[in-house]
Design a binder for this molecule. Structure first.
Ligand code: PMP
Length: 415
């Protein structure tokens, strides 16, 4: 493979990297940090950190509860974040976007507010073998209550989804189909528009888990044609405890509340209550206001870099790092789909993933080892764990070189 960096973009991205203060730190007595755990959580640019700081210094108030100036400012900032996020994923309107604490809250919301009232014994929820537990366990919990069950579509040995297999399982018993846009373990980019079209023609709603897509690819929920799209803010340069659930308006209108409390009601009597329109109906209690102020800034930051540039830059890093990793004797990459994001899971012959990650850490290299919240996928590949290096646009080819050098050293130690 011809391994070349992309000099034009590399030059631009040096300045972008400099905006992430944490990337300048060292670990283990002066080793420069090489942060390759971006699929777990991303680092935050200074603008996001300062936006959260400024909110607490100058604007802190609760939203939608008071008429005073501060509360109005906080409400405008919070609703501004909703609008920025809705625009970012091309929602039809900000009202189609429920702000959540992340993907996990979003999938649980669909499980309890949408699915549970509709499930009958014998019904099916279709997911896939490559899903994160957040796109499996909530469906199991509501299926167990109703006598329905979860079925997983197969994947191929290279980590691609078996699209025909998925479509073949779309029978009338399926009340919801679910798929990840991008796998957090394999990096596989799934053909979500094709799956959405297959689901739509059979009248089956499709939920797409966008946790690993929104930070790395241009995402247009309406072009995909799905019914639900879930994502999480902390992987897209925003604060933890933020995220969203997009759904088509008529679907949100048809859903019952999952959490009850303040702000989600129209009128409360002791015997019963009526509920606010979506999205407020699903946002009981005080939200993570400062977090969403930070997430709005993260969206502005990602837009200023450009999602197409980010995807191109990360693709270059994926190609470079993949080719370099193949130089490590005994290294096997798990997940070699033709359409991949910059997530590389690997194993090295004779070394346990955790031992490898520990030795890499001593060299300053942060990778994740373990099952990556994807037990069924690990079982499919017959491994207990993998090491995973996941890149973001602020990573460099030199960091991939450092990873390879550290792996060669670790391999010699473990042999
Ligand atoms: N789905 C995928 C594909 C993920 O990678 C993750 C985070 N690892 C989640 C869901 C869950 O996201 P969160 O913990 O932010 O809710």
């Amino acid at each position: 493979m011809n391994v070349v960096a992309t000099p034009r973009l590399a030059a631009d991205f040096a300045g972008i990297r400099a905006q992430f203060p944490l990337l300048a730190r060292t670990v283990h007595g002066g080793k420069p940090l090489v942060y390759l755990d971006n699929a777990n959580t991303s680092q935050k640019p200074l603008g996001v950190i300062e936006a959260v700081d400024r909110f607490y210094r100058e604007r802190n108030a609760n939203v939608a509860r008071a008429v005073h100036a501060l509360s109005e400012e906080a409400t405008n900032l919070y609703e501004g974040a909703r609008s920025a996020l809705a625009r970012f994923i091309n929602a039809g309107s900000p009202q189609e976007l429920v702000l959540t604490s992340g993907t996990t809250m979003a999938t649980n919301m669909v499980a309890y507010s949408y699915l549970l009232p509709r499930l009958q014994p014998g019904d099916v929820v279709l997911t896939t073998t490559m899903e994160h537990h957040a796109n499996i366990v909530p469906w199991q919990l509501v299926c167990q209550r109703t006598g329905a069950h979860v079925v997983a579509a197969p994947i191929r040995s290279n980590g691609e989804l078996d699209v025909e297999g998925f479509i073949a399982l779309l029978d009338p018993r399926v009340k919801l189909a679910c798929v990840t846009h991008v796998s957090n373990v394999l990096g596989t980019i799934n053909p979500v528009a094709e799956l959405a079209s297959a689901c739509r023609s059979r009248g089956i709603p499709l939920l797409v888990d966008g946790s690993q897509a929104v930070p790395h690819l241009p995402v247009d929920v309406r072009a995909i044609g799905c019914d639900f799209y879930a994502f999480t803010g902390h992987k897209m340069c925003g604060p933890t405890g933020t995220g969203g659930l997009w759904a088509r308006r008529e679907i949100l209108q048809s859903m019952v509340p999952f959490f009850g409390g303040g702000e989600m009601i129209r009128e409360v009597r002791i015997e019963d209550s009526t509920f606010a329109d979506p999205p407020a109906r699903f946002e009981a209690g005080t939200p993570n206001i400062a977090g969403f102020v930070g997430l709005a800034e993260a969206v502005r930051f990602l837009e200023s870099v450009g999602m197409a540039h980010i995807a191109e830059r990360e693709h270059g890093l994926l190609q470079y790092a993949t080719a370099r990793l193949h130089e490590v004797p005994g290294l096997r990459i798990i997940g070699e789909a033709p359409r991949k994001a910059a997530v590389i899971s690997f194993l090295v012959e004779g070394a346990h993933a955790h031992d490898l990650a520990t030795l890499l850490d001593l060299e300053g290299i942060a990778v994740r080892s373990g099952h990556h919240c994807a037990h069924p996928l690990m079982r499919h590949f017959g491994v207990p764990a993998t090491c995973r290096a996941s890149f973001a646009f602020y990573n460099t080819e030199q960091e991939a070189d450092l990873l390879v050098a550290a792996l060669l050293k670790a391999r010699a130690l473990l042999a």
